[in-house]
Ligand binder design. Sequence first.
Ligand SMILES: [Zn+2]
Length: 230
Amino acid sequence: MHFSSANWQQIEAYLQNDDRCILPVGSTEQHAYLSLSTDSILAERISLDAALPLGIPVLPTVNYGVTPLFMAYPGTITIRPQVMIELVNDILDSLARHGFKRVLIVNGHGGNIDFLNEVLLQSKSKNIQVKLHHWWKAPLTMQKVLETDPVASHASWMENFPWTRIGNVQQPAHQKEAVDIVKLKTLSPEDARMLLGDGNYAGFYQKPDAEMLEIWHVAVNETRALLENW
Ligand SMILES: [Zn+2]
């Protein structure tokens, strides 16, 4: 069940028999020709597809992340690391108060990793267990991506699913040459935009949906296994 389609009585009843839930965390930022909400859409959908068959509730997605490098791209919203840490901490404290004891955080944005690691560290002193899952980097999912095409990156084909595309926006057909990511991370937002152009880091922009759905299937199962074996 999704929190937004549940009432408090249903959550209370659920907590009689189980104490697990999922918190998706994403970002609102440039993804070349894909949705600004790509990271949030993917984290939420992976969470729902993994958890719903098990009857485990999925919290409303944290739709904003830490992404200062993309601030020269209109539509990108960045929050300060401390805001991310405190927001997720407050969510965990609220969940613990109600009796949730195991929270799987499904993260969709690389820029959140350091700060979610800090949340994980701080959770050791809370009355709640936290697992952190960066779904696209998980071993089986990453292996499947690399088998499909080893040149995969931010805003490339690997984030292009039927649910992250924008209406009838055409994707370029060429394979974008890789940008220097080490250099990129040292740049101002304006210089980062100059270097990145449309925003894709490397690789093709789109693959056939059949190949993408195979990757999706692996990612959903890998995420679900973390809930089942807990
Ligand atoms: Zn992304």
